[in-house]
Write a protein that binds this ligand. Structure first.
Ligand code: XMP
Length: 507
């Protein structure tokens, strides 16, 4: 993407920095993240935002900014939290260091309803997360908002420089998005963010980089790799899409993925390695060992079927890139899934043979891109599914019988969710197996069988999750159908655990 008139976000290490980029894009403008020491690489921004950060400006090696370069842009600048404190120092003021942390909601009271606070309520909840506070102010600094105690929490300096102590990017700041938007309105010219423009540029970029070489990509049926494969197809490059059936997939999943790719006009090669996976897992009951076996075997099967790759495409997303950039202070992108962790990939990366066209996008933007590529909503709306598949939905050792039971229970539950219009409302749902036998009665006979656990959660990013209050009738019918149709199950449980402390999967 061309980098002029964009919103340059300088990352001082706050856990919310990514969110600032997202919010700016949500408001329809192109934003990009930079490390403060890379300020000279910014080019011609339309506006600059200095993020918050965990450090104190009073520390001798605290992150700094080249103020002369910042001023030379001649564009509006917003300092958030640490960013505001740094600007205050640059303008000749001071910051009071403190060990006492203010974390949580506070009341914002604008003292001026111009610029940032146009249309903002007289009292508005904002989210604070800081220890230090601004102290002495430059004589030309204007206090444009205070908190409930009359302490300045927002400043304006000459030359369109603004500072805010709170975090407008989090939803707990009720009018935060509007405040950010008001800031962006101060900019004369900003580059719009349209997924369509992005798509065009990505396709051109792919053609240019690939030329007439052949690109290989692994597909799982999940959103990222599907969008990636369709994008490569749109670019018209020579490609091979490889789908590994590890025997840990849901009922009829291989068929479904094949059908979906057929609908999208992308040819995939299916490698059936289910027997290999099941034999390697036989008798293994330790969750970490199971994962390791699956991960390593996946790498082997994938690379055995690839042969000599001229280029490899992977569905790395922006959060992965950012994570590695801030952790390692490098721009090298993180290698995403387990099959990417091999030395071979690093080798290809060194040779410039790894293509990561989605690396500037967030997850929801990938969905939007997918829609603009004509991918059907049912494919884009598939629930997340873990790499180790059903293996993490059955505590302990696995065998074909257990996997088949999970498949049946899961298909019944997912079918009911779709029938009741709940599939698209929940973030992820599945049925798993609890291989513990309990006593029951089936027909006239005593039964001694396992239990299945139903799980349905809503989540934004899988870091936290809430269980879903599904209609009783949906659960009742699911339970009846499972008990009537699935041999080996005499008990159906609904998992009402939040994450944390539970996780979404059982292993
Ligand atoms: P947990 O169980 O940690 O899951 O709450 C969070 C989300 O991640 C998925 N998940 C995985 N995905 N490889 C993956 O690709 C894994 O090993 C893995 N473990 C969990 C899970 O399905 C949920 O969406």
């Amino acid at each position: 993407m061309q980098e002029t008139h964009h919103v340059a976000v300088l990352d001082f290490g706050s856990q919310y920095t990514q969110l600032i980029v997202r919010r700016v894009r949500e408001l329809g403008f192109y934003a990009k993240l930079y490390s403060p020491e890379d300020i000279s690489e910014i080019g011609h921004p339309g506006a600059v935002i200095l993020s918050g950060g965990p450090r104190s400006t009073s520390e001798p090696d605290a992150p700094d900014i080249d103020f002369e370069t910042l001023k030379s842009f001649g564009v509006p600048v917003l300092g958030v939290c640490y960013g505001m404190q740094l600007l205050n120092i640059k303008f000749g003021g001071s910051v009071k260091a403190s060990n006492q942390r203010e974390y949580g909601p506070a009341m914002l009271k604008p003292t001026s309803h111009a610029d940032l606070y146009e249309g903002i309520s007289a009292e508005s909840q904002v989210w604070m997360s800081h220890s230090d506070t601004v102290q002495d102010l430059h004589e030309q600094a204007e206090v444009i908002a205070e908190n409930q105690h009359g302490t300045p929490v927002s400043l304006k300096w000459p030359g369109n420089f603004y500072g805010i102590q709170f975090h407008p990017e989090v939803t707990h700041s009720h009018e935060g998005l509007r405040i950010l938007h008001n800031f962006l309105l101060q900019a004369k010219e900003l580059q719009p963010f349209h997924i369509e423009d992005f798509k065009r540029e990505m396709i051109e970029g792919i053609r240019e980089r690939v030329g007439d070489r052949q690109v290989v990509c692994g597909v799982s049926g999940g959103v990222d790799s599907t969008v990636l494969a369709v994008l490569l197809k749109e670019a018209g490059v020579k490609m091979r899409a490889i789908f590994v059936d590890n025997g840990l997939l849901r009922k009829d999943e291989t068929q479904e993925v094949q059908n979906n790719f057929h609908r999208m006009g992308v040819a995939i090669e299916t490698v059936d390695a289910s027997d290999e996976f099941l034999s390697a897992l036989a008798g293994k009951d330790d969750p970490e060992e199971k994962r390791k076996i699956i991960g390593n075997l996946f790498i082997k099967v994938f690379w055995d079927s690839v042969g000599d790759a001229e280029m490899l495409a992977q569905g790395t997303l922006y959060p992965d890139v950012i994570e590695s950039a801030s952790n390692a202070k490098s721009k090298a992108s993180v290698i995403k899934t387990h099959h990417n962790r091999v030395a071979k990939i690093l080798e290809l990366q060194e040779e410039g043979k790894v293509l990561e066209p989605l690396a500037e996008l967030f997850k929801d933007e990938v969905r939007e891109l997918g829609a603009s590529l004509g991918i059907a909503p049912d494919i884009l709306g598939r629930h997340p599914f873990p790499g180790p598949g059903l293996a993490v939905r059955c505590p302990g050792a696995l065998d074909k019988k257990r996997l088949d039971i999970i498949r049946e229970c899961d298909a019944i539950f997912i079918g009911k969710l779709k029938e009741y219009g709940w599939y698209d409302k929940v973030w992820q749902a599945y049925a798993g197996l609890i291989p513990v036998k309990t006593v029951g009665v089936k027909g006239d006979e005593r039964s001694y069988e396992w239990a299945t656990n139903l799980r349905a959660v809503i989540s934004e990013d899988a870091m936290t999750a809430e269980w879903v209050d599904l209609p009783a009738q949906l659960l009742r019918e699911t339970s009846q159908d499972i008990l009537n149709q699935v041999t080996g199950i005499n008990r159906v449980l609904y998992d009402i655990s939040t994450k944390p402390p539970a996780s979404i999967e059982w292993e």
